[in-house]
Design a binder for this molecule. Structure first.
Ligand code: MRU
Length: 339
């Protein structure tokens, strides 16, 4: 069993605090949607699918918090919660997808006794979580088939069990390929500035005995030039209808390098990451984060406090640079039409 960063236990939402990894494994319990929103904003839980699952449970908590005695009053409280949860991280499509699905669930239960509406919403959040794990396992099987024997695979950020309900997307593909004995080595980008690669992906690899080597982000180009990368696989935060893909900052430069060095560049993501309403990547909202993430390393100041900072959390890789997009419904190749 791989780790899960988000689960329901004893009437509470449980989150593994990812800010403290790899040195501390701390589980936090949540009973209020406001605290779940805060946990998403502050990266206690992160990774597009995991954010979506946490938000769905946030809505279920909001239903339990609400003192409403009529359906319309309950719906008003749910809408407040959904608005608050939606305002946390703008890029991850799964967040909005999960909130929409919870809203639909609520609307469809008009006329049902309110205690059943509340249990129904919790069941819906559980279903979103279970389906995410199943989707990741399906992607793992499909993606592993693309991996050659003894592969040297580079990945960026953390698109592992920690970024999902469990198993992972990009790291799920690697996990499945490893189970088939196909992984020679995983090159793990440390992923400045928040270090999801070194703190989280390397932690998952150590736990599961996946052979890996940590590299500073700047090393990827020379590894490709030396012929030491057979393929790259990353996750996605949002995929536009034409296949343009937003993912952790630095992904785009890897895709450009991959094209130059003729290295296949794969994206693995569930359908809940695809935003069919957006025709192309230029419409994807890109989150900008706290300048302190760039001015500091490990809590230590490494730049003048006065230096202005540009800190986008994501970039967009054009569909033309993506060899294939691995989803739970199949492997899509350009030109991308997700049906
Ligand atoms: O800022 P984060 O840590 O939430 O960014 C995560 C990523 O960019 C992941 O690659 C993406 O969400 C896919 S996770 C399966």
């Amino acid at each position: 069993m791989t780790v899960s960063p988000v689960w329901w236990a004893h009437d509470r939402l449980m989150l593994l605090d990812q800010r403290l990894l790899p040195t501390q494994e701390l589980e936090r319990a949540y009973t209020r949607w406001e605290d779940v929103a805060d946990a998403i904003r502050t990266l206690v839980v992160r990774g597009a699918p995991a954010i979506g699952v946490a938000a769905a449970f946030g809505v279920a908590l909001a239903a339990r918090q609400s003192p409403a005695t009529t359906f319309d009053a309950l719906l008003a409280d749910l809408e407040t919660a959904m608005k608050g949860l939606a305002a946390t991280r703008p890029t991850a499509a799964n967040l909005f997808w999960a909130l929409e699905r919870m809203k639909r669930g609520a609307l469809e239960s008009r006329g049902v006794p309110l205690d059943q509406v509340r249990t129904g919403l919790l069941a819906e959040a559980q279903a979103i979580r279970d389906e995410d794990i199943a989707a990741n396992q399906a992607m793992g099987a499909l993606g592993a088939a693309l991996v050659p024997p003894n592969a040297r695979i580079l990945t960026h950020c953390n698109a592992g069990a920690l970024a999902t309900a469990g198993f992972g997307t990009a790291l799920g593909v690697i996990r499945a390929a490893h189970a088939q004995g196909k992984v020679g080595r995983v090159w793990v980008d440390e992923t400045r500035p928040v270090m999801q690669g070194s703190r989280l992906t390397a932690w998952e690899c150590v736990r599961e005995g996946i052979p890996h080597t940590l590299i500073a982000d700047v090393v990827a180009a020379s590894l490709m030039a030396r012929g030491e990368v057979d393929l790259i696989v990353t996750g996605a935060d949002r995929i536009a209808a034409n296949g343009d893909t937003a993912n952790k900052i630095g992904t785009y430069s890897l895709a450009v390098l991959a094209r130059h060095h003729r290295v296949p560049f794969y994206v693995a993501a569930p359908f809940s990451t695809i935003d069919p309403a957006l025709p192309s990547g230029e419409h994807i909202p890109i989150e900008e984060r706290d300048p302190a993430e760039v001015r500091r390393v490990g809590g230590q100041q490494t730049a003048p406090a006065e230096s202005p900072v540009f800190n986008p959390a994501f970039d967009v890789t054009s569909a033309a640079l993506i060899t294939a997009i691995i989803t739970e419904r199949g492997v899509f190749r350009p030109p991308y039409h997700f049906a």
